[in-house]
Design a protein around this ligand. Structure first.
Ligand SMILES: C[S@@+](CC[C@H](N)C(=O)[O-])C[C@H]1O[C@@H](n2cnc3c(N)ncnc32)[C@H](O)[C@@H]1O
Length: 317
C-alpha cells in the first residue's frame, strides 16, 4: 500500500460520511505547501500582510511581553510554522536583544520544516533551531518533557481551522502544559464583513481553488484514485453572523470515484460537496469563551493598522 495510512483511513471515513468531509491538514503535501505560499502573496489574502505588519512593527514589544529573562534559556515553540517569514522578525528581535533561546518549529509537513530550517540557518547563523515533525496534539506532550521555560506560538489564525470544540480541547491542553506566568502568542483573524473575508478564500488568480483541488490530486497520486479534477469546483462560503469561512469541493455531476488502495468506490450526487476547511474569525468574547475553564487569560493584544488581525499574548495564571 502506498502513502500514509492515517490519511487513507481519514479519506475513507470522510467520504463515507454524510455530509462528506476531509480534514484541512491534508492540504499540505509538497504541492500544497507551494500553493499555500502563493496564496499568502495574493492581494486578497489580507491575513498574512496584516500579521506581517504586526511582527514587523511591534516585535520588540511582543518579545518583552514574553516576560523571559534574557540570560535564562527558554524554548520558543511554534506550532504549524509554515515558511516562518513572519516569525523571522521576532527571531531577529530576540537575537538582537541577546536572549538565550531555542526555536522549535513544529509542522506536519516535513518539506516545510526543511525549507524553514535552511532559510533561517542562512539568515541567522547563530540561531539555535531544532525542528519537530508531527501533528500538534501529538508533538506537544513530548516537547513538554523538557524542564526549560517555554513560549508557545500559534499564529496565522491556524486555530481557526479547528471547530470550536477542538479549539477548546487544544487550548485546555496548552493550559495544562504551561507553567504559571508562561505565555501563548496566539495570532487570530478578527471578525469583519464578508466583502473583505470571502475574497481571501476565492482569489481572482484561482490559487485557493487549486489549493483546495490539490487535495483530490493528492488522493489520486497517493492512493491511486480516479477523481476527475475537472468535475469538481472550489466553493467558498462565509456567513457573517456565524463568523466562519468554509471551503468545499462540489461535484458538478453525479459520479462514482474509485480509490484503488481502499478497493472501493464512492458515489457523488450532482452538487454534493466535500467539506474541506473552516476558518473561524474571532473577537475577545469568542476567545474568552473558548478559554473558559482553563487557566489562560488575555494579557495583551497587538493589532495591525486596519484592525483586521490580532496577536494576543495569553498568560497562564
Ligand atoms: C495556514 S499554514 C500557516 C503557517 C504559518 N503559521 C503562518 O502563519 O504563515 C498552516 C501550517 O500548519 C501546518 N499544519 C496544519 N495542520 C497541522 C497539524 N494538525 N499539525 C501540525 N501542523 C499542521 C501546515 O503544514 C502548515 O505549514
Amino acid at each position: 500500500m502506498s502513502g500514509n495510512i492515517s490519511f487513507l483511513k481519514d479519506v475513507e471515513l470522510g467520504l463515507s460520511n454524510k455530509p462528506k468531509f476531509i480534514s484541512s491538514h491534508y492540504f499540505y503535501d509538497k504541492a500544497g505547501d507551494v500553493l499555500f505560499q502563493q496564496i499568502m502573496e495574493m492581494p486578497e489574502y489580507y491575513l498574512t500582510n496584516s500579521e506581517m505588519e504586526i511582527f514587523r512593527e511591534q516585535s520588540e514589544t511582543i518579545i518583552e511581553a514574553f516576560s523571559m529573562v534574557p540570560t535564562e534559556e527558554f524554548e520558543l515553540i511554534e506550532l504549524g510554522a509554515g515558511d516562518g517569514k513572519k516569525t523571522q522578525h521576532l527571531l531577529q528581535a530576540l537575537l538582537q536583544k541577546e536572549y538565550n533561546f531555542k526555536y522549535i518549529p513544529v509542522d506536519i509537513s516535513a518539506n516545510s520544516l526543511q525549507v524553514i530550517s535552511g532559510r533561517l540557518r542562512n539568515l541567522f547563523p547563530g540561531l539555535n533551531i531544532e525542528t519537530r515533525q508531527g501533528e500538534y496534539f501529538q508533538v506537544l506532550d513530548a516537547l513538554f518533557r523538557s524542564p526549560n521555560p517555554k513560549v508557545i506560538m500559534f499564529i496565522g489564525s491556524n486555530l481557526g481551522n479547528m471547530v470550536d470544540e477542538v479549539a477548546v480541547q487544544f487550548l485546555a491542553k496548552i493550559s495544562r502544559h504551561l507553567k504559571s506566568g508562561e505565555k501563548l502568542l496566539l495570532g487570530l483573524d478578527l471578525m469583519k464583513s464578508a466583502e473583505i473575508i470571502l475574497p481571501a478564500y476565492n482569489d481572482a488568480a484561482g490559487i485557493t481553488r487549486d489549493f483546495n483541488l490539490n487535495l483530490l490530486k493528492r488522493i489520486n497520486r497517493e492512493f491511486g484514485a480516479d477523481f476527475n479534477i475537472a468535475e469538481f469546483e472550489h466553493v467558498p462560503e462565509y456567513d457573517e453572523s456565524e463568523g466562519i469561512a468554509k471551503s468545499y469541493l462540489k461535484s458538478t455531476k453525479a459520479q462514482k470515484v474509485f480509490i484503488r488502495d481502499l478497493g472501493r468506490s464512492f458515489d457523488f450526487d450532482e452538487g454534493e460537496k466535500i467539506h474541506t476547511e473552516i476558518s473561524r474569525k474571532y473577537n475577545d468574547m469568542i476567545l474568552n469563551d473558548l478559554m473558559k475553564g482553563t487557566s489562560l487569560e488575555i494579557e495583551q493584544k497587538f493589532l495591525d493598522s486596519r484592525k483586521y488581525f490580532a496577536d494576543y499574548i495569553i498568560n497562564k495564571q
